[in-house]
Unconditional design. Sequence first.
Length: 301
Amino acid sequence: MQFIMLARNANLYSHKRLVEAAEARGHEIDIYDTLKLYMDITSHKPELRYQGRAVPKVDAVIPRIGASITSYGMAVVRQFEMMGVWAANESVAIGRSRDKLRSLQLLSRAGIGLPVTAFAHDTSMTDDVLDIVGGEPVVIKLLEGTQGVGVVLAETRRSAKSVIEAFRGAKVDILVQEFIKEAGGADIRTIVVGGKVVAAMKRQGAQGDFRSNLHRGGSASKIKLTPEERSTAVRAAKVMGLNVAGVDMLRSNHGPVIMEVNSSPGLEGIENATGVDVAAQIIDFIEKNAVPGKTKTRGKG
């Protein structure tokens, strides 16, 4: 089979591993810089072009869309979909997962466990917002933040109000969430491929940091999931419509709660922590499911 991967940096561990896994199984895979692709949006014959040439028709596209280029990346994936190319993750699903507020609303509607979350525009209602989530300490998140950037733990009401007012003064949207103290600065990252959890690890935050992101000095170890945690991860990926997803959750006193569902999860931390060949699992899923024109949304929505 012939694949195209959309990625800005071909040298990242995750991208090199996916190339290795595809080539090991006899497939051809090319990496295209997402921002250097451009589109001929024509009735009956939509086309993608790269460096003056039409992009060849392939069996599948693997989107690895960074958060900073979500909008353009989704447009490129939609164009592939309109050309009848099967996408490992569809454009609509990527969009759902990248919109933190929308993703939480969808998960809530499906009855999946979440931290109590509030969202408001008017800072005059800050006291009520803080009361909704159970009072301080609270976690305040930028809607556009990734890898722990733009996430603040406010331990007093005064500090919470100051942070909220500062963010709103900068005209950025935020979420306010209850602080899951019992998680102890740790979370669980699972990789879901084709409706199955293929790997899971526990991430522990660095000393003095409540955020568990490996990019911020956290550590990782293999973990055994409970049946409820496994089911929660699978359901979360399904609600987003993602075939390949990184699902992050916390262990709370009332069961697993979802923090985020990621459409382009990194593979380095979880492969090293678990010894699972996640890249091969992804390629295996694509082999079995990539059918031209099978895209559910065909670029709609």
